[in-house]
Design a binder for this molecule. Structure first.
Ligand SMILES: [Zn+2]
Length: 270
């Protein structure tokens, strides 16, 4: 499942790759599976993308936000959430559609932006205000400052793993990197946020930002075989029963807030 580092990797590939999506104009739109478009009352319809040019690409949490300039000179934003299995490819426009292709934006100049999504949970929005989608999210988990992290955490009394997954606390952490961050910080996933000492909070913040930063630099992780390019090494997620890389204790797996949670009972005492 793509998380913040994998989404950031997609942003950087589309922005900095050859060819780049920046500056490309949309020639036509093929909504192969119309359900990909999450129709909201304030959204415009996808056909209005024709003629628009990609000006910039940004990430907010796990949302991809494409800024467009269109003929009517209004600011439009194409917003995409990959959810479980969504992937974006910039491909030659003569490439055949794949079995799980849900949307294709054909570009002037011979390329196409293709959205593939086997599980069909991914969605696209066309909106004049991405804040209607992302407005309630907390600061980005990759760039939140130590003080802001500590200040926000002080307002909660919750088990720390579910708190890290709460996008209104910090945006972008998912199940994999929440487990990896707690492992690096040496904090038990069931620990109550209100019981963390100031040095625990500082260590947790440093773990979150360093784990995500390293994963972004590595192009993400090889997760579920979906993002095969990433080389970030996972320590606990999906390694239940395997020896902890620090102390050799078998990695434990529990359910916490309906999510599988992986940790080392020795390195992360409660
Ligand atoms: Zn250990």
């Amino acid at each position: 499942m793509p998380e913040l580092p994998e989404v950031e990797s997609v942003v950087r590939t589309l922005r900095n790759g050859t060819p780049s999506l920046i500056g490309a104009r949309i020639r036509s739109v093929d909504p192969v599976w119309p359900g990909v478009c999450a129709h909201r009352p304030d959204d415009l319809c996808l056909e209005q993308l024709v003629g628009c040019r990609f000006d910039s690409i940004a990430r907010r949490g796990k949302y991809l936000i494409f800024s467009l300039s269109c003929a009517d000179s209004r600011a439009h934003f194409l917003v995409i959430h990959l959810r479980m299995t969504g992937r974006l490819f910039l491909v030659p426009d003569r490439d055949a559609l794949q079995r799980h292709t849900r949307l294709v934006l054909y570009l002037a100049g011979g390329h196409a932006l293709r959205f593939d999504d086997p599980r069909k949970f991914g969605r696209v929005w066309l909106t004049d205000d991405p804040g209607t989608l992302t407005g309630r999210m907390g600061p980005d988990a990759l760039t939140v400052s130590p003080d802001e992290f500590a200040g926000r955490l002080a307002g909660y009394r919750r088990q720390v793993k579910p708190l890290l997954l709460d996008q209104s606390f910090v945006a972008g952490l998912g199940n994999i990197y929440a487990d990896e961050s707690l492992y690096r910080a040496g904090i038990h996933p069931r620990a109550n946020s209100a019981d963390l000492l100031p040095e625990d909070v500082r260590r947790l913040h440093a773990a979150v930002t360093s784990v995500l930063g390293e994963a972004v630099a590595a192009g993400g992780a090889n997760i579920d075989g979906v993002f095969k390019a990433g080389s970030f090494v996972i320590n606990v997620y999906g390694r239940e029963g395997a020896p902890c890389r620090i102390c050799g204790t078998p990695v434990s797996k529990i359910r916490l807030g309906q999510r599988g949670t992986h940790f080392c009972g020795q390195c992360q005492p409660l």
